[in-house]
Design a protein around this ligand. Structure first.
Ligand SMILES: Cc1cc2nc3c(=O)[nH]c(=O)nc-3n(C[C@H](O)[C@H](O)[C@H](O)COP(=O)(O)OP(=O)(O)OC[C@H]3O[C@@H](n4cnc5c(N)ncnc54)[C@H](O)[C@@H]3O)c2cc1C
Length: 406
């Protein structure tokens, strides 16, 4: 593929830069790698996304009727690159834009699309994804949160965990079990849930990186109107696959780096290598070399997938390969970055107060778990790409209530 902008892309990029310049005073800006706490900076983050949405820079490839620009994925990537260059932090509604919105577009009713999508793009409403539970992460279809029909409503009871942004979210897409007598993948149903509804309790969880980005969410007799169902009852797994595929593309399939960029590692190496002891230099150079090779390979492989997507292809198992390769590279980059700190690597921050490499090293392992762990992605690649025999499964046809036994 050609890595240079076409004339149209170059003019779009110039347009994005001029919009970002024009609105600079209304946007939140952060140092590279600076963590942004969604709770304490919620208002600034929402305002930033609203300003960008009103300027036409959010949801670029979404259809115009839902508040998007009817643009291309390449244009979306250009916006992402320019936001990074301008030091604008990740949009507060990135889960809504990357996963929940596309799921509502694909499976929602016209009424849901018109009520939710434009507001989501403007961050009038922030969204979260309520899938994982204490007993079901990789084996998501084993989830137990139940929804029972009661007149025009469904009554939900259960617990979700690791729900990113639930503490600031207004809505979530919620995967529930509605028929335990059917096999586990067939008894699920997806809903849009109002996170401010009575019976919803959100408890933040503290991470080793120091942040508290995700939460436990409890549902106690929460009533959801049937009109908030996404897809048919029992079709929840199919709906969830739309979300998961978009999640893998959002994390590793669209040509953007996961974690610190190879360029930031090169700059860091130029800065720090000369100060290291000779024996530390040797190891650091090797670590930097390995990390650069892996991250550039991940980036260019991502561009190939991205070209397929931008030509109308659908994300397939290669999105899983992208996430796997991208997170492996991100780990190497973060580890090399910390190694370059020499003796200061053991400290929480360097003498000049920079803790960005330590934070990256603490943050990247989580990305290797979110949206499908490395092992699960390898299973997908083994089965769907290499055609290897699948894992033995006893739970595909028996009722969920029997624990997978006939
Ligand atoms: C940063 C972050 C953000 C997240 N955000 C959200 C969110 O917003 N919403 C949400 O719903 N969830 C979210 N999650 C949860 C995430 O989806 C789960 O953590 C993930 O699916 C793994 O599930 P688990 O934690 O239950 O681990 P488990 O599934 O219990 O896995 C434990 C270990 O067993 C391995 N393993 C499991 N099954 C197999 C198998 N068949 N073959 C080989 N090895 C296997 C796994 O690879 C892992 O090493 C987030 C997680 C992280 C880290």
């Amino acid at each position: 593929m050609d890595f240079d902008d076409t004339p149209e892309e170059a003019s779009f990029r110039a347009h994005v830069r001029s919009v970002l310049q024009e609105h600079a005073s209304e946007l939140l800006h952060v140092a590279p790698g600076e963590p942004v706490d969604a709770r304490s900076r919620e208002a600034e983050l929402r305002d930033t996304q609203r300003v960008l949405a009103e300027a036409g820079l959010v949801g670029v490839p979404w259809p115009r009727e839902y508040g998007g620009q009817g643009g291309t994925l390449v244009q979306q990537a250009i916006v992402g690159q320019e936001l990074g260059r301008a030091r604008v932090p990740t949009l507060i509604n990135h889960i809504g834009i990357g996963m929940c919105g596309p799921t509502v577009i694909a499976h929602g009713s016209d009424d849901q699309r018109s009520r939710y999508l434009a507001r989501l793009l403007r961050a009038d409403d922030v969204w979260c994804q309520l899938f994982s539970e204490p007993g079901s992460g990789s084996d998501l279809a084993a989830l137990r949160t139940s929804a029972v029909r009661d007149g025009e409503d469904w009554v939900v009871n259960g617990q979700k965990v690791w729900t990113t942004l639930a503490h600031v979210a207004d809505y979530g897409i919620l995967l529930t079990r509605t028929d335990p007598e059917r096999p586990k993948h067939a008894g699920l149903t997806m809903f849009v849930v109002d996170m401010h509804a009575p019976g919803v309790t959100v408890r933040p969880l503290r991470q080793m990186s120091g942040g508290a980005d995700f939460n436990e969410v409890f549902f106690d007799d929460v009533r959801i109107p049937d009109s908030e169902r996404l897809g048919e009852p029992g079709e929840g797994w199919r709906v969830a696959l739309t979300t998961l595929m978009n999640e893998r593309v959002a994390i590793g399939g669209a040509g953007s780096d996961i974690g610190p960029s190879p360029e930031s590692l090169t700059a860091h190496a130029r800065d720090r290598l000369p100060a290291l002891a000779p024996e530390q230099q040797v190891l650091a150079r090797q670590a930097v070399g390995r990390a650069l090779v892996a991250s550039l390979a991940a980036r260019y492989t991502g561009y190939r997938r991205f070209t397929t997507l931008s030509q109308g292809g659908l994300p397939g198992p290669e999105a899983s390969a992208g996430k796997l390769g991208g997170t492996a590279a991100a780990r190497l980059v973060a580890d090399a970055g910390v190694r370059l700190l020499g003796d200061e690597a053991v400290l929480g921050a360097t003498a000049d107060g920079d803790d960005s490499w330590q934070r990256a090293q603490a943050y990247v392992p989580g990305i290797a778990i979110a949206g499908g762990t490395d092992q699960v992605l390898r299973n997908i690649l083994g089965e769907r790409v290499l055609g290897l025999p699948p894992e033995p499964r006893t739970d595909k046809s028996a009722p969920f209530s029997s624990g997978g036994r006939r």
